[in-house]
Design a protein around this ligand. Sequence first.
Ligand SMILES: *Cc1c(COP(=O)(O)O)cnc(C)c1O
Length: 399
Amino acid sequence: MSSPPNSTNCVHDAEERPQFENANITPISLAVSYAYPTYEELKRVSLGDKEAVERGADPRHVYSRNTNPTVRTLEKKMAMLEGAEACTSFSTGMAAISNTLYTFLDSGDRVVSIRHTYGGTAQLFLNNLPRRGILPCLVDTEDEDELIRQIRSEPLKMVYLESPTNPTLKILDIERISHVAHEAGALVVVDNTFASPINQNPLQLGADLVIHSATKYLNGHGDAMGGFLCGSAELVNHVFHTREIEGATLQAFDAYLILRGLKTLKLRVEKHNSNAQAVAEFLESHPKVKQVYYPSLPTHPRHEVAKRQMKGYGGMLSFELDGGEEEVARFLNRLKLPALAASLGAIHALISTPCSSSHVECSVEERKSLNISESLVRLSVGIEESADLIADIDQALKD
Ligand SMILES: *Cc1c(COP(=O)(O)O)cnc(C)c1O
C-alpha cells in the first residue's frame, strides 16, 4: 500500500462476510478454547494447521492466549492500515514495546534510541534493559547527527525511534535514519502512537517494525487498552511467539472495542488534526504562552521534515506557560472542557503536565535532564468544536 488508509479501509478492511450466523458485525469470541470433532483434527490445528495455511486460509484457533477470532480480525485490519504484511497484538502498548525489545535484544546487544521516548519506554531503556545486560545508547533527540554517528560507531542490533515524541513533539527523519541503520545491519522500530496510521506510515519510510499503543487514537474512546506490532510476517511472528508464551494477550472484548474505534479513525484523526492546528495557532499568539510545540508551526525546528513524512500533524501539542507550577495549577483548575487526566488520543480533550502523566515514572532528576519543566502543559485535543476549546483555554488564561 503506497497511499495512506482511507475511511473505506477503516470501515471494511479485514471484516469477513458472512460472519457467524450472518451477523453484520465481527462478533466477540469469548471462548477460551476451540473444539474439533476428532482428535486428529485437533492435533492438526495444534501443530499449526498447515493444510489451512497451504490453502491460503488462516490457521484455526486452539487457545485464546495464542489466537482468537475477534483479535485476529483486528490484527488483520491493523496490518492493512499500516501497509504491513503482518500484525500481532498485545494487552497494552507497553507490552508491545517490551515484548519487541526482549525478542530481538539479548545480553551484550547494543540498541540506539533517543532520550525523549514515552515515559514507560524510557524506564525500559534506563532500568529494565541494562538489568538484562542489554546496552542502550540514548542520544539527545534534537541532535540527529549524533544519532547517526552512534548508529555508525559500533555494532548494534536495533534503532528504536518515536516521532513525534512525547511530550514536546520532536521530529526525527525516519527515512534518513532507517537508511543509515540498515547500512549498519540494524532493525528499525518506530513507535507511531502519536501520529496514527492516518498521519504517518513508518514502514513506507523504511522502518522494519511499527508499534502502536492502541489505547490512544486507534481505540480513541478512552475505554480499552491494547498494543500492536506491524511489519514483515517473519519479524512479527518472532514477537508473536514471545507474547503467546509470556502472556500479554489482548482480550477479545477490548479487541472488539478497538475494532469499533478503528472504523472512525480517519474521521476522528482529521478532526484532531484541525483542532490541534487551531489551538496551536491561538496559543502561539497568546502573551501568556512562552512556547508552543506543534510540528505544523513554521517555528518548529523540524517542520520541513514533519511536512515531508507526515500527512497530518496529529492532535497532540504542548506549551510552556509564563510562570511556575502555581500558574499552571491555576490554569488547569479553571478549565472546563479538557479532563485533567493521563492518556491521550481520545474523543474528549485531555490535559495534564508531563510530570504528572507521561513522565510520572521518571525521577525529578531524570525529568530535569530531559528538559521537562514544571510549567510544561500537554494537551490532547478531542473532537470537540475548536472554537469551544479555544474559548475555554482563553478564559482559563485570563488574569
Ligand atoms: C501511551 C503510550 C505508550 C504506552 O501504551 P500503553 O497502552 O499505556 O501501555 C507507548 N508509547 C506512546 C507514545 C504512548 O503515548
